[in-house]
Design a protein around this ligand. Structure first.
Ligand code: UD1
Length: 420
């Protein structure tokens, strides 16, 4: 398995361009299953997760071509069964359920395996399908959904930890081909949900209200092919802004929608960092140590859970005592033990991490446990004294396009050691 070595203490400066959004690309690629006609998606990042999604589409019978960030999919004839071997590598594979149900009126998709960021149920997705008239069974690790006919309904997607993003996507993708009107209450408002709705509307769907708590979908008999460019990845943008906050002189993140990262730039401003926004570029100008912060993760437009680990890395060396409360995935703290190996002072109290900022971290061998936790360890390594060796970097490759190369361009001393 590859490792990443970071020689800490080299200040970052310059600019990087943000890639297309992973979390937009995955459901949008799944949505291409809804039509027999060709679709073209631009800006799809080169990541193992997008690669897995294309493998799933090909398994289902779609013809796929990929040339750098442009992916063409023609799903003229498809079948509706995705077994464990095909879906096990990625939890987001569950988002083929909605389009398969919409188009084929049946689907069998194996339940993806466990996940270190906590229990990840899909009860709300399944309740949504049932409300549309589908019968749902979970049998031998497979989810089976079947509906001779889908009928519009009122569905609530708000669960114990807020609205579900992929649940909202899944129900939206099934409902576009249902008879009548579907109203999704308590819908996720994430920009990726809006991006998916925009793509579906280009395909001929009739969706209103995406980006608000109520989405209204008027079912249509069929969708057609469409072309679409996915939005920039707001989590990648946020990660580079935090990198700039941790180890930067001045770092500019280009090709970003400033509105999508507002919760992150607000948090960095509250830490005392100077942020400059100009069109689609955001610069961060650190002025010494950041200060402590009380932070709570929330569904969009709140502070994203996908940026929590990176902020913990920043707050580990900020002045004073910070508290970070994880409201979306309360167990998402695998990075804490690893940051502590680097000298961070963090105590967990339930879903809250209390962080006493230290002057400096020390490089150490650490292990990546999930995508964003891994990014946090790399960021911590940029500032740490000595060498930080991050193993299991396949987690990083799931969600960051060329993270090590982009950090190198900014002046980080970082190298990837290929597995023998
Ligand atoms: C998506 C993102 C992920 C992000 C998360 C929250 C993708 C591919 N992934 O994941 O990066 O961290 O949103 O912003 O877009 N829940 C239920 N029942 C359900 C579904 C979810 O209780 O049926 C709970 C989850 O356990 C969690 C919360 O709802 O506590 C939010 O999860 P959800 O929005 O569904 O996450 P994903 O869509 O899987």
């Amino acid at each position: 398995m590859d490792k990443i070595l970071i020689h800490g203490g080299h200040p970052l400066s310059g600019s990087i361009k943000v890639s297309g959004s992973k979390n937009s690309s995955l459901p949008i690629l799944a949505a291409t299953l809804l039509t027999r006609e060709p679709c073209v998606v631009y800006g799809v990042p080169d990541l193992s997760d997008t690669h897995y999604m294309l493998q799933i589409l090909m398994h289902l019978g779609a013809q796929v071509e990929r040339a750098s960030g442009t992916v063409s999919v023609t799903a003229e004839k498809i079948q509706s069964v995705a077994p464990y071997d095909v879906v096990r590598r990625m939890r987001a594979s569950v988002c083929v359920l909605g389009p398969l149900l919409g188009r084929c009126k049946e689907a069998t998709v194996s339940l993806p395996g466990g996940c270190v960021i906590g229990d990840r149920p899909i009860d709300l997705h399944l309740q949504g399908f049932e409300a549309l008239g589908a019968a749902v069974r979970v049998e031998s690790g497979d989810i089976k959904v079947f509906a001779p006919k889908l009928t519009g309904a009122v569905i609530n997607m708000h669960g114990k930890f807020g609205p579900t993003v992929l649940g909202t996507d899944n129900v939206m993708m099934a409902a576009v081909l249902a008879d009548g009107v579907t109203v999704i209450e308590g819908a996720a408002q994430e920009p990726e949900v809006v991006d998916l709705a925009t793509f579906l509307n280009k395909m001929g769907a009739k969706i209103e209200g995406a980006g608000t708590r109520r989405i209204i979908i008027e079912g249509v008999p069929a969708l057609h092919g469409a072309e679409h460019r996915v939005i920039p990845d707001r989590i990648e943008a946020g990660t580079f802004l935090v990198a700039g906050a941790i180890a930067g002189k001045e770092v500019t993140v280009k090709r970003v929608n400033p509105e999508h990262v507002r919760a992150v730039t607000d948090a960095l401003t509250r830490c005392g960092l100077a942020i400059n926004v100009k069109d689609d570029a955001i610069s961060i100008l650190p002025n010494g140590h950041a200060s402590a912060l009380d932070l709570t993760t929330e569904p969009y437009p709140g502070f994203p859970t996908d940026m929590q680990a990176q902020m913990c890395a920043l707050l580990s060396t900020s002045k004073g005592t910070s508290s970070v409360t994880e409201n979306v995935f309360p167990q998402r703290y695998m990075h804490v033990a690893e940051l502590k190996r680097m000298g961070a002072q963090v105590e967990l109290e339930g879903a809250t991490a209390v962080i006493d900022g230290v002057d400096c971290l020390l490089g150490a061998p650490v292990m990546a446990s999930d995508l964003r936790a891994s990014a946090a360890l790399v960021l911590a390594g940029l500032k740490a004294d000595g060498i930080t060796e991050v193993s299991r970097v396949y987690h990083i490759d799931r969600g960051y396009e060329h993270l090590d190369e982009k950090l190198s361009e900014l002046g980080a001393h970082i190298e990837r050691v290929k597995a023998a």
